[in-house]
Design a protein around this ligand. Structure first.
Ligand code: AP5
Ligand code: ZN
Length: 215
């Protein structure tokens, strides 16, 4: 089963994708993670996108579609996939459909996670991530159990994202409303949309997503 997690920045897409990977054996394809990895490893593409990402604007369709196409050509393309943060424009949505069709695959469902804007800003400005394993935490809603030590891998190094500041968050929210929100109607019209209240506790949201997908 291939699914999309759709929602504004901070809605909890990454958090829920990781749970579905651990508990249900999905493979997560996050274009945000791929772009950050390209930036960290200093590739030409990584250098090109760094400023755009830090400002909170969308990277060009061609770059992200290329990243997803590469993944679908590789091993990842053979499993149940979660698209996290992709597609974000109608052009990306059309490209995904074509890429999956080339592999004889389909998209089963699109889970839209709804969270209001005040909560999104709180979530994003409180987020930190383990530098070693990528586990995502939050200062108040999901702190580490032992202060300063990752629950998953024991690392003591954490990072905060360059685009997790109030100014970039405003740009990211407006990019979502203008360029990505039209996908809600697009997938509704195809009968694939499942809407979940993303404001509840992490466990409750996970249960609602599983129920929506019939897992
Ligand atoms: P990307 O990395 O995709 O970021 P995003 O969409 O802005 O989403 P986030 O990662 O901020 O949020 P999330 O929904 O995953 O929330 P999380 O689970 O971490 O994209 C970054 C940039 O890359 C873009 O701005 C763009 O420049 C570029 N880009 C990426 N894909 C692109 C594409 N397809 N096209 C063009 N450009 C692209 O949760 C947030 C926080 O809340 C965490 O601290 C978490 O612990 C906490 N939390 C989660 N769930 C709950 C809950 N239920 N209750 C309380 N707290 C919670
Ligand atoms: Zn860790």
């Amino acid at each position: 089963m291939n699914i999309i997690l759709l929602g504004p920045p901070g809605a909890g897409k990454g958090t829920q994708a990781r749970r579905l990977v651990e508990e249900k054996g999905f493979v997560q394809l996050s274009t945000g993670d791929m772009l950050r990895a390209a930036k960290t490893s200093g590739t030409e593409m990584g250098k090109k996108v760094a400023d755009v990402m830090a400002r909170g604007e969308l990277v060009t369709d061609d770059i992200v579609i290329g990243l997803i196409a590469e993944q679908l050509d590789g091993e990842a393309g053979k499993q149940g996939l979660i698209f996290d943060g992709f597609p974000r424009t109608l052009k990306q949505a059309d490209a995904l459909e074509a890429l999956l069709a080339e592999k004889g695959q389909t998209l089963e469902a699109v889970v839209e996670m709804q969270v209001d804007e005040d909560a999104l800003v709180d979530r994003i400005t409180g987020r930190f991530t383990c530098a070693k394993c990528g586990e995502v935490y939050h200062d108040t809603t999901k702190p580490t159990q032992k202060p300063g030590v990752c629950d998953v891998c024991g690392s003591t190094e954490f990072v905060r994202r360059a685009d997790d500041n109030a100014e970039s968050v405003r740009v990211r929210l407006s990019a979502y409303n203008r360029q990505t929100a039209p996908l809600i109607g697009y997938y509704y019209a195809k009968g694939k949309l499942r809407t979940v209240d993303g404001l509840g506790e992490i466990d409750q949201v996970a249960k609602d997503i599983e129920a929506g997908l019939g897992l």
